[in-house]
Design a protein around this ligand. Structure first.
Ligand SMILES: [Zn+2]
Length: 116
């Protein structure tokens, strides 16, 4: 559901300060009074949709200093977000090792690099 932003009319809201946000269904009528303090308020329409975009997991990780990579090809990983190098390129030996590990049938839970 979208988050709508409201501002009080006339008085600054003593509890929510100057603005507050309410999660409402699109079909809900706009609030006429602040649900917290009861002062009259009005809906600010301009920013409603923007709040819906959440940062991706990669962006969250980047804020913590972690890098997220996605597989771009055999043995090649490109950075999605975060600090550090933009591309990780495995050596032919590393690629061969990963391929041979994948090929081992005895392993019940193979490490699937595609899903990491
Ligand atoms: Zn209020």
């Amino acid at each position: 559901m979208p988050i709508y932003e409201y501002e009080p009319i006339g008085f600054p809201c003593p509890i929510c300060e100057n603005r507050f946000e309410v999660i409402q269904s699109i079909d809900d009528p706009p609030l006429e009074h602040c649900p917290t303090c009861g002062l009259k308020c009005r809906k600010l329409v301009s920013r409603a949709a923007f709040k819906l975009t959440r940062p991706s997991g990669a962006d969250q990780a980047a804020k913590k200093g972690l890098s997220t990579f996605r597989k771009a090809g055999k043995g090649t990983w490109e950075k999605v977000a975060g600090p550090g190098v933009d591309i990780i390129q495995g050596t032919p030996e590393q690629i061969a090792q990963v391929e041979s590990e994948k090929a081992q049938p005895a392993r019940k839970k193979p490490i699937d690099l595609d899903k990491q």
